[in-house]
Design a protein around this ligand. Sequence first.
Ligand code: GLU
Length: 434
Amino acid sequence: MSYKEPAPIMHDKDPLESMMKRFHIAAEYLNLDEEVYSVLKSSNKKIIVSLPISMDDGSVKVFEGYRVIHSNILGPSKGGLRFDPGVNLNEVTALAAWMTWKCAVVDIPYGGAKGGVCCDPRSMSKSELERLTRAYTQAMHDVFGPDKDIPAPDVGTGPDQMAWLMDEYSRARGTTVNAVVTGKPIILGGSVGRIEATGRGVMVATLSALTKIKINPFNATVAVQGFGNVGSWAANLLKERGCKIVAISDISGGYYNEKGIDVGNAITYRNEHKGSLEKFDGGKKISNEELLSLDVDVLIPAALENAITEKNANQIKARLIVEGANGPTSHEADSILEKKGIVAVPDILANAGGVIVSYFEWVQNRLGFKWTKNRVYRRSDSIMKQAFNNVFSISKKYKISLRTAAYIAAIDKVARTYKYRDGSFTFQKNDKNS
Ligand code: GLU
């Protein structure tokens, strides 16, 4: 697919609308006053840039890039940089707000932001991607900063892009500033455990949820949609803990094996075939829709937004959905799933493992000190479990979905912080401490 084509119709629902509807439901539960409501629903800043890039064939192409800062109430804004042909301002705006709620729900001191460039990284060479990342960084030079706005990897970007971003920013500042970005290669100040962090968090959330709904994780059947960084790590780690991964998929389609997919093999295959599972023979070929409607214990959508919408929600047979991707379920699908009694661990909780370890990376960079893998795993697992238990108890207390409970936890925290900061709250001895 070329970047010139219009954004593909993979998003039949607007993610911003889904985000806003959920925000609204939680705000009503919290009885949020109008002032706070209007502050939290809007983004602080939206930047759109045009990036002319020399391509390898000598032509110049102009790419559109975005950075949306939703909030910096809890701290500097944090959020990934996405390279994908479907990137647009509405999507980036929704993803930025989701970062605010995500950081709040796991209680790390960041606001939310997101960046994106509308491009097709699969059809670009490494040097074209490097020029694009450097141009984007130059354009966002005044926006980024370790105390202002800190990017990280997202769909279509990884450690290489973060290394170029760190280098370009540091050149402009005249000194190495590694805390300006997270998800870097370890040698440049990246954290051990960051690569697998989101998938690991999905694994922790899945096991926590399975225990609550009384399904034994051992031999629990799992289907994973999306086999990028998040999906493949989640599948691998769940398999290590005894779950049976019966299906995986990527843009080449789905692969089903009732005896269990050899996830290690699938990862090797993907790595040796330019990131694609095309012609993988470790499972019977099925369609993406078939994968989503498999009769499994756990479904992990770990690709893009709107995998589950009102069109297919009725076909879902999984007992538990754990959202590895951001926004994989549309707002309309929420109530259909709820009526069917399907428990969904929402994105802002389920995939927070990545930003948690990003936070650890930033802390290590600022301390000039490296943590061990053991420390990273122990602390991130513990934050994930604590956040899960907190959201679970809110959902039990008010008899609401985990999604609404997670939004309530997040919005309550950001709203109270805002009120303290603007002086309309004063400290009460019995106030909640976090
Ligand atoms: N892109 C990831 C997310 O959506 C990670 C963000 C970060 O580490 O800042 O959570």
